[in-house]
Design a protein. Structure first.
Length: 277
């Protein structure tokens, strides 16, 4: 079963939930698709067994063959090509590696070359495999890294995908083949506002989903109120506790440190299994 963990913004507890779910299973894949700021490995501290660079294809222009027709420039919807003073220039930072310019060129003046955008690390933690994607600073998108991460992950009973925050292309790539989506929300007006984006995204992808309310305090909870109004299933509520905060801030796994938290996440997984049936 592939389970994606999403949030509308950073800091809601998305990695906290996915890491602890993975630990509670003890025989799973944990895939950190938050390639701009991956930090799941800080909790697992895995033994790294493999590291691989990730490359994408970008245009390589032969200006001696180019006749200046500008078809490539007009075709590129990302404005990654420009024709200036009888030359085609490539802005590789915003190129999406679609290859369309090369196919369109009537003079065959465009070939492709590799550009390194990041790397993938595979590690072992107890009986689980930990996969981490790392995007190089300044790169426009990590979709290619996420695609490769999801492709190389081995077969395990459970795969937990720690998605990037928000609802961008990287998130869409992360959830497209999953069986279930967990939406992590914090009990603030800001949390609800950003939650609405990922809520609409999983509905658009027609994925089964449920909500984990994190950092819950006594009193009114705007996130819980929103879920009740929209008839959204709340899978569990995680309390805002001093002990939990200390464990998390020290990059320790709550389910490993305290049986109470392991029981909470085991129960959460059981609820999800019943939802997917």
């Amino acid at each position: 079963m592939k389970i994606a963990v999403l949030s509308g913004k950073g800091g809601t507890g998305k990695t906290f939930v996915s890491v602890n779910l993975s630990f509670a299973v003890d025989n799973s894949n944990y895939i950190d698709c938050d390639v701009e700021e991956p930090n799941g490995h800080l909790f697992f501290k895995p033994n790294i067994i493999k590291s691989e660079k990730v490359h994408v294809k970008i245009p390589n222009i032969n200006n001696e063959l180019c006749n200046g027709c500008r078809r490539c420039v007009d075709f590129c919807k990302f404005n990654a090509l420009a024709y200036i003073k009888d030359k085609v220039y490539v802005f590789d930072e915003i190129c999406h590696s679609c290859g369309g310019c090369m196919l369109l060129c009537p003079e065959k003046a465009i070939s492709e070359k590799d550009k390194e955008i990041g790397e993938i690390q595979e590690g072992i933690f107890k009986n689980s495999n930990i996969y981490t994607g790392i995007l190089n600073p300044g790169e426009e998108t990590g979709v290619s890294i996420i695609k490769k991460l999801l492709k190389i992950a081995g077969n395990k009973p459970y795969t937990f995908i720690d998605c990037p925050p928000g609802s961008s292309c990287s998130v869409m790539e992360s959830i497209k083949d999953v069986d279930y989506c967990i939406l992590v929300v914090e009990p603030t007006v800001f949390g609800v506002h950003n939650f609405n984006m990922v809520y609409n995204l999983v509905k658009l992808f027609d994925k089964p989903y449920g909500v984990v309310l994190n950092k819950c305090l006594d009193g009114e909870n705007p996130a819980e109120k929103y879920c009740n109004e929209k008839n959204i299933k709340v899978l569990c509520k995680i309390p805002f506790e001093h002990e939990l905060g200390n464990i998390n801030s020290n990059a320790e796994i709550a389910s490993e440190k305290n049986e109470k938290y392991k029981s909470l996440f085991s129960s959460l997984l059981k609820t999800i299994k019943e939802e997917v049936k």
